[in-house]
Design a protein around this ligand. Structure first.
Ligand code: ZN
Length: 133
């Protein structure tokens, strides 16, 4: 085997690195404390990345932190001092539970009502369905 075909073989054996095949990275919420509030600056841009409605995540945060929250423009304001790390830790839980497919690990999912107040997470990439709270 000559050098060129060796190189060719090595190249073919590399794992695929196409843009769409990249592993999904959970976005980081950019939060800071102001007075006795915590403001998430990039709330809406992160929502777009995970393709979820604001109401769902707002409800999740108000329940998890037991604080009122208000949407102000592009930002979400949580009415208590909270550490940004803690917010991102909860947000990671949210993404794992409500966004990422448990079968293929892709974030191309949506949530549907399946009746009787239960919901299912449906994966558009592999078709898996999983019950969510
Ligand atoms: Zn899937």
């Amino acid at each position: 085997m000559d050098y060129d075909s060796l190189l060719d073989k090595a190249y073919k054996e590399l794992p695929e690195q196409s843009g769409s095949g990249e592993r999904f990275e959970i976005p980081i919420l950019d939060a800071f404390v102001e007075g006795n509030k915590t403001i998430i600056k990039n709330f809406f841009s992160v929502l777009q990345k995970i393709r979820r409605k604001p109401e769902h995540l707002v409800k999740f945060f108000t329940a998890e932190f037991a604080v009122p929250a208000t949407v102000e423009g592009e930002r979400l304001v949580l009415h208590r001092k909270l550490r940004p790390e803690l917010i991102n830790k909860k947000f990671t839980d949210y993404v794992k539970n409500y966004v990422i497919c448990t079968q293929c690990g892709k974030p191309d999912t949506h949530i549907e009502d399946s009746g009787h107040r239960s919901k299912v997470l449906i994966c558009e990439a592999c078709g898996a369905r999983a019950a969510v709270k």
